[in-house]
Design a protein around this ligand. Structure first.
Ligand SMILES: *[C@@H]1O[C@H](CO)[C@@H](O)[C@H](O)[C@H]1NC(C)=O
Ligand SMILES: *[C@@H]1O[C@H](CO)[C@@H](O)[C@H](O)[C@H]1NC(C)=O
Ligand SMILES: *[C@@H]1O[C@H](CO)[C@@H](O)[C@H](O)[C@H]1NC(C)=O
Ligand SMILES: *[C@@H]1O[C@H](CO)[C@@H](O)[C@H](O)[C@H]1NC(C)=O
Ligand SMILES: *[C@@H]1O[C@H](CO)[C@@H](O)[C@H](O)[C@H]1NC(C)=O
Ligand SMILES: [Cu+2]
Length: 693
């Protein structure tokens, strides 16, 4: 949960990096040799497909050759699909004809000669459509390369070497990582800087439990130079005994044994992957990938057996931002208010999934690609896994005891489809799942695991604590800092078409007038359709309501508008004051729910540039325009959150903690859409129930 830099620099990282570079150079050689650089783009791709390695090469070549001077310093901070205009895409999809196919374009954020450029590249015409210098507040996503280069600087910095030897530590056991610094009200244009924090390896892989506390190192990312250094306090490095989480390092006794469990599909997986389009049971959707957002679910439609057609549900869904503010005010910690998507990139930080451990035996894996700072392709193997989930749950059932002389039991097991990616932002691992249910629900679930961000303190017992410590004592010399995790989802629902409305179906307690009924009270449903953006800002947990996105123009046979309901998770919102600079930057968490009219450029709830942002481009600011949202193409934004008060069980590695939400059909189907699901279980001759999917 404590999330930070994806990249840690030090001896270990260095050797891994050298190996990786050698492999990448080899890969590049083979690649350039076999694929002519100017071979044309694959015109069969879906307009929403992520950029391919070949396209990344074309983009780099086009941009580099347009900046003729070889002395221009270019670093690529983001390269992704410039997703087509929605109407253009929808009309092409309804009539796929090559002349109206949306242009294939890439959106690039690059630093050229120390300024931020936004470049749109057309991959069909091989040209630059626009190249604009961005002069507003905030900086782009950090690159891995600059994070690791910044992390290597302390090793050659004399004051740091002195600090390390003063502590009796060995320089070769020190690892450092880069941390974004936030913004604290200054109106000046700040330099692009990070702080570098260091840890002590000393024979473990869990170095996060051994922070070298008390030192703050400020690095100018443009010059890659240390511009500030302070060694404030000496605190012991926690011993962090038995905190290595590797199986090979566990000392006896081990935990109890359980028998082997597998999920087998004798006939193979039941879903079909065609390019990036996935079809399973009654679902069809496109799975994209973005360096910033990670997985992007688009064009999710469900087949309605009664209407004999696919019906649109979700045009686009993704995690727009992940805000992780810490509550520790000490000098080395106060600025830790991370925006993991915008500052580090959820996709960039994706981990390779381990077959059989990250995903079950029946999973299928897909690779993805990002680019490095110099624009060359980096392959991410086993980026996604997709699998059919059967966990012994019940989709529906009934036992009828009421008919004399007979008992009727009818049951259907729950089988769903899961798409999974894991983003490891430094110490923290986020398991990002999208689950498609045959009943028409889409569930988004996030699991938090990995390593806490801990602060070293002089104390070894809570009895000794003299001042406010902003955290929980987890082990000797080790404090787990209080913090939050807020995930803001962008959910562009298109319920049977783009034109939708947002309805709060309030459950209202009503007192009964004397004589009307023997009852004194009841609740009833009072629907409110949100007319403008301000009507749709909701802090959950204050008032019971069903939150619906409906198509007011399409009604069921009995007259209810087709809709989908958001069943939210825990009602958790930010506890910071709205005038706190960190909260101004994270103002999209002021409410759990927002609805905006569709606008292609409003994707990132914390703004396009979150590193050192000043909060002038957030969802909260866009929403101030208070635009009309009734009977319009609308986007629902939902923030789920965790207030994390660490406890000892989270140490030295946290068991997964989950939350999520469900988008569930609401008067969308004429009746239960899974009544006619074919039962798959049977009783085999040996008496065991078996499922074959
Ligand atoms: C880009 O960077 C990678 C990794 O640092 C390196 O292996 C590769 O050679 C570089 N490519 C170019 C064209 O400079
Ligand atoms: C970058 O700076 C160099 C050296 O001053 C100059 O030759 C080059 O044109 C500049 N490039 C851009 C894109 O401004
Ligand atoms: C480009 O970067 C190199 C190395 O960091 C530096 O020496 C050079 O001055 C930079 N050029 C420009 C135009 O900024
Ligand atoms: C490093 O590890 C050695 C051997 O386990 C141990 O004796 C020493 O105390 C450790 N040093 C620190 C600072 O944790
Ligand atoms: C779309 O959103 C951006 C950012 O909020 C805004 O500048 C632009 O005017 C909006 N476009 C329309 C058509 O409303
Ligand atoms: Cu946490």
């Amino acid at each position: 949960m404590n999330t930070h830099s994806c990249v840690i620099s030090g001896p270990l990282w260095l050797s891994a990096q050298i190996m990786a570079s050698i492999l990448k150079v080899l890969f590049l050689f083979l690649f350039l040799y076999f694929i002519p650089i100017h071979s044309s783009v694959d015109h069969d791709n879906h307009p929403l497909d992520p950029l391919t390695p070949l396209e990344f090469d074309q983009i780099r070549t086009i941009i580099e050759s347009s900046n003729h001077s070889p002395t221009s310093n270019i670093s690529f901070h983001y390269i992704g699909l410039d997703d087509p205009d929605k109407q253009t895409l929808l009309s092409w999809l309804s009539n796929p004809d090559s002349t109206t196919k949306p242009p294939r374009r890439a959106f690039v954020i690059a630093r050229i000669n120390h300024t931020t450029h936004e470049i749109v590249v057309d991959l069909t015409t091989h040209s630059i459509v626009s190249n604009e210098v961005y002069t507003g507040h905030g900086y782009p996503t950090l690159t891995f390369e600059e994070q690791s280069a910044a992390g290597l600087l302390p090793r050659d910095y004399a004051p740091f070497k002195t600090s390390i030897s003063k502590r009796g530590l060995k320089l070769e056991e020190v690892l450092c990582g880069s941390f974004t610094v936030g913004w604290y009200g200054s109106k000046d244009r700040p330099k692009r800087v990070v702080t570098v924090m260091c840890y002590y390896l000393n024979g473990t892989v869990n170095f996060y439990m051994r922070p070298i506390e008390g030192i703050t190192i400020w690095v100018d990312l443009e010059k890659l130079k240390i511009i500030g250094y302070r060694d404030r306090i000496m605190v012991p490095v926690p011993k962090a005994e038995a905190t290595d989480y590797r199986e090979s390092e566990q000392k006896l006794p081990l935990g109890p044994k359980i028998n082997k469990i597998t999920v087998l599909q004798p006939d193979g997986p039941g879903f079909n992957v065609d390019g990036h389009t996935i079809r399973w049971a009654n679902w069809k959707f496109h799975l994209g990938f973005d360096a910033r957002a990670g997985p992007i679910i688009s064009l999710a439609s469900i087949y309605d057996i009664e209407k004999n057609e696919y019906r649109r549900v979700l045009y686009r869904g993704f995690v727009s931002e992940l805000f992780v503010p810490y509550m520790d005010l000490t000098e080395e910690w106060y600025y830790r208010t991370f925006f993991d998507a915008g500052e580090y990139g959820l996709g960039l930080c994706a981990a390779s999934l381990e077959p059989l451990r990250d995903c079950p035996e029946n999973a299928r894996f897909l690779d993805g690609y990002v680019t490095g700072q110099n624009g060359t392709t980096v392959k991410m193997a086993n980026l996604f896994c997709i699998f059919e989930r059967y966990g012994g749950d019940i989709m529906w059932r009934h036992t009828e005891f009421g008919i004399p002389g007979t008992v009727v039991t009818e049951v259907r097991p729950e089988v769903s489809l899961v798409v999974r990616m894991v983003s490891t932002a430094g110490n923290y691992d986020y398991i990002i799942d999208w689950e498609f249910m045959q009943s028409g629900s889409i569930k988004a679930v996030v699991g938090l695991t990995g390593l806490l961000g801990v602060r070293a303190v002089k104390y070894t017992h809570t009895d000794q604590i003299e001042e406010e410590v902003y955290g929980t004592m987890l082990a000797e010399n080790t404090l787990g800092a209080y913090h939050d995790h807020f995930l803001t989802y962008h959910l562009d629902l298109d319920i049977d078409g783009e034109i939708n409305s947002f309805v709060k179906a309030n459950l209202q307690t009503t007192l009964v007038t004397v004589g009307r009924s023997p009852r004194k009270s009841y609740w009833t449903v009072v629907c409110e359709t949100a007319k403008t953006e301000s009507d749709a800002r909701i802090r959950l947990g204050t008032k019971p309501a069903d939150l619906l996105v409906v198509n007011p123009n399409k009604k069921s046979n009995v007259g209810n508008p087709f809709g989908y309901r958001l069943i939210h998770g825990a009602s958790v919102g930010s506890l910071l004051s709205e005038d706190d600079d960190a909260q101004i930057r994270g103002a999209f968490t002021n409410y759990n729910i927002w609805v905006t009219p569709y606008n292609r450029s409003e994707k990132w709830a914390g703004g396009q540039y979150t590193d050192q942002s000043q909060g002038d481009d957030t969802l909260a600011v866009w929403s101030l325009r208070n635009r009309d949202i009734e009977n319009k193409d609308i986007v629902l934004w939902y923030t789920l959150g965790f207030h994390h008060v660490p406890c000892q069980e989270d140490f030295p590695l946290m068991p997964t903690l989950t939350d999520g939400f469900e988008l569930r059909p609401n008067n969308f189907f004429e009746s239960n859409p899974v009544l006619k699901v074919r039962p798959q279980n049977y009783r085999s001759p040996n008496g065991w129930s078996t499922i074959s999917v």
